[in-house]
Design a protein around this ligand. Structure first.
Ligand code: CMP
Ligand code: CMP
Length: 253
């Protein structure tokens, strides 16, 4: 299929895609930057809202080809850019099965995940494209406290089953600090702080997860970062209250 890709260039400010036009090609940006704009409002009130900036390696232009509809947004070159372009027919016969498959499986699940509720449908579909599925057996350790580095750089959302987090608080043995159910997330803290994993996370039952690597987490969950950070502030409060109840128990013994 590699031979079907055509290299194309656009000058700064040139429109690569115009919203409402027919879709011909799917694109991967090779060099430079491009902005995506959505037309919102009607008549005189119509404005083009900047929704995203693409960098090298990122793709766009799949919607019109997948759903046989007009272009849903406009894409403009921010600098001189080079793109790889793939024609509609090849995209539909080769790439679409991959993209559409994961989107249709995960679209409704992701729409019910609370942390993703501020994202629009398109942003969630990009998460569906990037996620990697994983299954775990009961008792399997998913995250090991203290791990650091690229091989442990994943963010997780629980799709099926039960998972718990454990942490050593004071001199005590590891205690259960959190239980997770379907739609909950974990493993965000070390990605937000660039520190080692702060807790062990273990599958309580057989379970199914989806994971995003650090690059996808930063690229696709950018709009959720404030909520993730605010939620993470709760950990020290939870730890403190568990620590206190452990002290009370040991004093009463
Ligand atoms: P397509 O509709 O073929 O052409 C415009 C592209 O803009 C679209 O595919 C998506 O790849 C991309 N895009 C980026 N953000 C959005 C958005 N919020 N809504 C629709 N399309 C978007
Ligand atoms: P991270 O540090 O990347 O890996 C371990 C995860 O356990 C952590 O992110 C959180 O998602 C989760 N966790 C749950 N409870 C706590 C807690 N009390 N303190 C720290 N992390 C916790």
């Amino acid at each position: 299929m590699w031979t079907q890709w055509r290299r194309k260039s656009s000058k700064k400010d040139e429109w690569i895609i115009r919203q409402g036009a027919d879709g011909d090609d799917f694109y991967i940006l090779q060099r430079g930057k491009a902005n995506c704009y959505l037309k919102i409002g009607d008549g005189d009130r119509r404005v083009e809202k900047h929704v995203k900036t693409y960098g090298p390696g990122e793709s766009f232009g799949e919607l019109a080809l997948m759903y046989n509809c007009p272009r849903a947004a406009s894409i403009q070159a921010v600098s001189d850019v080079s793109v790889w372009a793939l024609d509609r027919q090849t995209f539909r016969s080769v790439l679409m099965q991959l993209t559409a498959g994961k989107r249709s499986i995960y679209e409704s699940f992701l729409s019910q995940v609370p942390i993703l509720s501020t994202l629009d449908r398109y942003e969630r579909s990009k998460i569906a494209d990037a996620l990697v599925e994983r299954t775990c057996t009961a008792g399997e350790r998913i995250i090991r406290k203290g791990d650091a580095g690229p091989e442990s750089d994943n963010f997780y959302i629980l799709v099926e089953g039960k998972v718990s987090a454990f942490k050593q608080l004071g001199n005590e043995q590891s205690v259960n600090v959190r239980d997770y159910g379907v739609g909950d997330y974990f493993g965000e803290l070390s990605l937000l702080t660039s520190q080692a994993r702060a807790a062990d996370v273990t599958a309580v039952t057989e379970c199914r997860l989806v994971q995003l690597d650090r690059h996808s987490f930063e690229r696709l969950l950018g709009p959720c970062q404030d909520i993730l950070k605010r939620n993470a502030e709760m950990y020290s409060k939870i730890d403190e209250s568990i620590r206190k109840s452990l002290e009370n128990i040991s004093m009463s013994n």
